[in-house]
Design a protein. Structure first.
Length: 324
């Protein structure tokens, strides 16, 4: 008997690693293997394409993982972050989304799926599957992704500004933002661990280096020995230089992010804020090393249920950047 492909092996293993959570509201229509009859090779196609992409461009893993988060927090997980501006300015053109990369990868995956199963797989589901696969392909955990999302027809610049928590967020605003989406404080600290992948532009945190309180000072919660190293990379008003969020392993999914945060070396104020809450601090210091991989899959499933469109709501876009 021929050996099973890695993807199939992981699929069989997933039930052990990540227990399924009860579904509610529209999320009840999401299910594992939603495309098993209508497009049985859908998940294999996504995984095969992402294997090719990450082999050539491993630095895209972080942005593609973040794209799913940015989609779900605005109007729910409906693929609205992928829509181009037309009659109104869309989410993707809002400042929080200008650093996202990989839209052409989503288009590439969509094209492959359309050739195999025309009009079946939603762009919203592609985002969820791609997010899982880039984690797997960078040595992270595997989890089963409930599918069955449909695509929204609306994308608004203003809603991205209102719903995406900025990197300057304090702990109370972070907890409030996540709670408004039905996510717990544990989901907050676990999903923040996604910062183990990828980079950030200097201007997302340079205020912590040069002008934290408007007096030309640095953020006292940032490791004072780390500040000179960051200043060498990021000059004042630098909006182009990229800095690794998890130095030394930004292309590998691991728990290094929590090590950085525990040393007060998280790049963002929102990273430092996680040490200001007893539950999130306890997770960082005592639990992440043992349970992060398992927890991440569970929290990604939770996030993937936010405001989903199912049944006859929305549509299945022919092209992810345009409504039908």
């Amino acid at each position: 008997m021929a050996p099973k492909p890695l993807f199939i092996f992981l699929l069989n293993l997933a039930a052990i690693l990540v227990p399924l959570l009860p579904l509610s509201a529209n999320a009840q229509a999401l299910k594992i293997g939603f495309y098993s009859k209508t497009c049985p090779k859908a998940e294999d196609i996504v995984f095969q394409e992402m294997t090719k992409v990450i082999k050539v461009s491993p630095s895209l893993a972080g942005p593609l993982l973040r794209m799913h988060f940015h989609d779900c927090f605005v109007r729910g997980c409906d693929g609205s972050v992928l829509l181009n501006s037309s009659k109104n300015t869309a989410e993707k053109d809002a400042p929080p989304n200008l650093s996202l990369r990989g839209y052409s990868v989503i288009d590439r995956v969509k094209t492959k799926l359309e050739r195999s199963c025309k009009g079946i797989v939603s762009c919203a589901d592609i985002l969820a599957l791609v997010a899982r696969d880039v984690v797997v392909l960078t040595n992270g955990p595997f989890w089963k992704v409930p599918t069955g999302r449909r695509d929204g027809r609306v994308s608004r610049f203003s809603e991205a500004l209102a719903n995406l928590p900025p990197p300057t967020s304090n702990i109370s605003s972070l907890k409030s933002s996540f709670a408004s989406k039905g996510l717990s404080t544990k989901d907050l600290v676990v999903l923040s661990g996604g910062h183990t992948l990828g980079t950030s532009h200097c201007n997302s945190f340079s205020n912590r280096l040069y002008n934290f309180t408007g007096k030309g000072d640095s953020d006292p919660t940032l490791d004072k020995n780390y500040i000179p190293a960051l200043k060498k990379k990021c000059k004042p008003n630098d909006a182009t230089t990229l800095v690794e969020m998890d130095p030394g392993s930004f292309k590998t999914f691991d728990n290094g992010y929590y090590t950085q945060v525990s040393k007060r070396r998280g790049l963002f104020q929102s990273d430092a804020a996680l040490l200001q809450d007893s539950q999130t601090k306890d997770y960082i210091l005592n639990k992440a090393s043992a349970s992060f991989f398992k927890d991440f899959g569970v929290s990604m499933v939770n996030m993937g249920k936010i405001g989903v469109l199912t049944g006859k709501s929305g549509e299945i876009r022919k092209q992810c950047a345009f409504v039908n």
